[in-house]
Design a protein around this ligand. Structure first.
Ligand code: ADP
Ligand code: ZN
Length: 743
């Protein structure tokens, strides 16, 4: 095997390199290399590892030769290091802080294609739209002997003859060559649609900053060239994005680059369009919807300095922007910044650390800042910038609460209506006036509860500790956690009684709305109708073009879209999510409600929000309806302090899961005891206890929560726990610093 004879070449001019391998091992390795460029820290290398070859990363010269055999670096890749010294120190910090192997952290920072030893295969360009050019049967006949072509034709026929190429690729893998073959046979028609340009989303030159924007810009510009974190707090429409754009312009003028993080770039095409219309090709947009080659191309453009602005979601925090001058995190409170598996980093927190390491400013923007950031601002660690009003001079929309509780004697027989008379009345009036409305319900499917009226048995997932949701469009019962789908049962499997279907999700809401407002054009937006960014974009464009009157949706509709025609927002059930057994449930609900409410009245006509709830006195609902983030923060911070939760203490969660419940529990108990011993009186240890979702995808789950004043205390305990882990026996253990959720 190659590399086995490394020792032979070792004394004739080889060097020793410390190497991080992208594997779940908490250590680095020493390799010999003939090529001295292997010593450059941050270089991609190809090394033998176990019985295979892998891409790995140089960390520079090894300090000493380890005993035993030393294997040899097979190849040194690229023209230079792929990680700058600055990025390397960020990754070292992150690996250390999140107790994660460095090599694997470095893996997470690169486009996946750069982890393959071979050259990056240019993915064939994909058309936008694919249509059958002949009747389905003729098409089937034409592709009889080509199974992959036949599968594609079936999929097209099933979809009524036309589909987005992106969706096909998502379902069937790389389809470009097949599509070309089919087009050559004349069986399908391929067409390209131009990307939505700035004309749809309003580009144009930069406006004159308002006085508050000017003040924020002055503060940010004054801090260029040194570390300073800012919390930019302003309601939706108060001009935060404009502040980012103009701050970036100042940074570019200094010859430096910018990094902009947004929660879900694939969901916010408007924002990318706005950046492009201002900065053109200087912007590299990074997101998981891109093909491999496109991701590599954007990465290269940044690395070479051809693009100086990186715009992307979570993992873009590692984007190789040259000579970085500013870091911006939009919607800094958004939970999607926390990676929930494997390398469990928080992109917002790493963004602040990156700014610190690079000695540059960092701007965290939000209408509803996280309690962590508010607390940091209160302690003076972050400078606070406030945009107190909407730029159009209009006030925030008026919020009306509809209390869904009713005295027992007034409860009508049968299931309650989803839409209160009040909300229906406002909806009808808005549609009548030719205005638009958004209806928010954070639950997809038709009904979340399928129940036997005789034995009380609930249809639940065999793999997960959760109920199944009835989806009417597919007549199926589905688990929203593991994606299990079964045909809808008509009757209870044990008593043969007809099942009850209770409660409402977006699908039912849409149906009910079409029934109640037959003249309104109603559409729905959730993961079921828009599994891809492209379909999402199509629905949003139709809504923007006013081809839809009422848009029903999950939190997908809450994010950053700007629809001037919307004058009414209805929150169908504000309580969804409030009852979750997680210490951030109230904070999330408040943020989501505020965000949804912000969709109302962004144009000529002032907006109105109607919130339906069974818990009108809950802090999150009261303060969201009063547009009062300070009031909410005060109440919630008090509660957090009383319970010793973040931001007053740091938290480390230890998650255990495995198929054998007894074994998971046994190991959880052992780890819990060890944690208590290690923590002594420096950290509080809660649990082990079954996780709130006690079973997921067939695995039983336990967790241990550690709380301490200082992160370093938790990290020290965490590192000792890792070192002491017993051999797996089918139980996975994951350490989660600053967990975003403890479900
Ligand atoms: P936010 O990011 O806080 O939601 P935006 O930056 O998107 O706010 O601004 C809201 C709207 O106001 C956008 O349409 C934007 O183009 C416009 N806008 C922002 N700043 C100004 C300004 N100084 N003068 C005029 N219009 C502005
Ligand atoms: Zn499940």
């Amino acid at each position: 095997m190659r590399g086995r004879n490394a020792m032979a070449g070792w004394y004739c001019g080889s060097v020793l390199v410390e190497v991080a391998v992208p594997a779940p091992v908490h250590r680095t390795f020493t390799y010999a290399a003939k090529d001295p460029r292997a010593l450059e820290a941050g270089r991609r290398l190809v090394v033998p590892f176990g019985r295979r070859e892998t891409v790995a990363f140089s960390l520079g010269p090894a300090r000493e030769a380890p005993p035993g055999e030393i294997r040899e670096v097979q190849a040194v890749l690229d023209d230079g290091p792929i990680f700058s010294p600055e990025l390397l120190s960020l990754l070292r910090f992150a690996a250390d802080y999140y107790l994660h192997p460095l090599g694997d952290a470095m893996r997470a920072a690169l486009p996946p294609a750069l982890l393959e030893p071979g050259p990056v295969s240019e993915r064939a360009p994909l058309p936008d739209r694919v249509e059958l050019a002949v009747p389905a049967d003729a098409a089937r006949e034409a592709v009889r002997r080509a199974p992959r072509q036949a599968a594609l034709i079936e999929r097209l026929a099933e979809a009524g003859g036309a589909l987005d190429a992106q969706d096909l690729r998502r379902e069937l893998g790389e389809v470009a060559p097949i599509l070309r073959a089919l087009a050559a046979k004349g069986v399908v028609r391929l067409s390209a649609r131009p990307a939505p340009g700035p004309e749809i989303f309003g580009g144009g030159p930069a406006p004159e900053p308002s006085p508050e924007q000017a003040e924020a810009l002055r503060a940010i510009e004054a801090s260029l060239g040194r570390y300073q974190a800012f919390l930019l707090q302003g309601v939706t429409g108060s001009g935060k994005t404009e502040v980012y754009l103009q701050a970036i312009r100042a940074v570019l003028a200094r010859g430096q680059g910018a990094l902009v993080l947004v929660p879900e770039i694939a969901l916010t095409p408007q924002l990318a369009a706005r950046f492009r219309s201002r900065f053109g090709d200087e912007v590299a947009v990074l997101h998981s919807g891109l093909g491999d080659a496109e991701r590599v191309r954007e990465h290269r453009r940044l690395l070479r300095g051809e693009a100086r602005i990186a715009l992307g979601a979570r993992s873009a925090v590692f984007a190789p922007v040259r000579d970085l001058g500013i870091v911006i995190v939009d919607e800094e409170h958004d939970p999607s910044y926390k990676q929930e598996d494997r390398f469990r980093y928080h992109a917002r927190d790493l963004a602040v650390m990156r700014a610190r390491l690079s000695e540059i400013p960092c701007v965290l923007g939000s209408a509803t800042p996280s309690l962590e950031s508010l607390e940091n601002a209160r302690r003076g660690k972050y400078a606070r910038l406030v945009l107190s009003r909407r730029l159009d001079g209009r006030g925030l929309p008026e919020v009306e609460i509809v209390d869904l509780r009713q005295p027992a004697e007034e409860i009508p027989a049968g299931e309650p209506e989803i839409l209160s008379p009040r909300l229906l009345e406002e909806l009808a009036a808005a549609v009548e006036r030719g205005e638009q409305a958004i209806l928010f319900l954070n639950r997809r499917g038709h009904s979340p509860l399928v129940l036997c009226p005789t034995c009380g048995e609930r249809a639940s997932c065999p793999n997960c500790d959760v109920g199944l949701t009835y989806h009417r469009s597919t007549e199926s019962l589905r688990c929203h956690y593991c994606d299990l789908r079964v045909r809808r049962w008509e009757r209870c499997p044990s008593c043969d009684e007809e099942l009850l279907i209770l409660g409402a999700g977006t699908e039912r809401l849409e149906l009910s709305l079409k029934e109640r407002l037959p003249r309104a054009r109603v559409a729905r937006l959730d993961r079921d109708v828009a599994p891809s960014a492209r379909r999402l974009h199509r629905i949003l464009s139709a809504f923007a073009a006013r081809e839809i009157d009422v848009l029903v949706g999950t939190q997908m509709i809450a994010k950053g879209h700007d629809f001037p025609g919307v004058t009414l927002v209805g929150v169908v059930l504000a309580d969804v999510g409030l009852g979750l057994p997680d210490f951030r449930a109230g904070e999330r609900t408040f943020q989501l409600l505020t965000q949804v409410a912000g969709r109302a009245g962004r144009g000529e006509v002032p907006g109105k929000v109607i919130v339906q709830t069974f818990r009108p006195e809950a802090d999150a609902i009261v303060h969201a309806s009063r547009h009062d983030p300070e009031g909410f923060a005060e109440a919630e911070l008090r509660r957090r302090r009383d319970h010793g939760y973040p931001p007053f203490r740091r938290m480390l969660a230890v998650h255990l899961d495995g198929r054998d419940a007894a074994e998971v529990q046994r190991q959880a108990q052992a780890l819990g005891e060890l944690a208590r011993r290690l923590a002594a009186d420096r950290a509080e240890v809660r649990g082990p206890a079954p996780a709130p979702i006690a079973r997921l995808r067939g695995r039983s789950r336990f967790q241990i929560l550690l709380l301490a004043e200082r992160a370093s205390t938790l990290r020290a305990v965490g590192a000792r726990l890792l070192a002491a882990l017993p051999p797996g026996r089918g139980v996975r253990v994951a350490l989660d610093m600053d967990p975003a959720s403890t479900l």
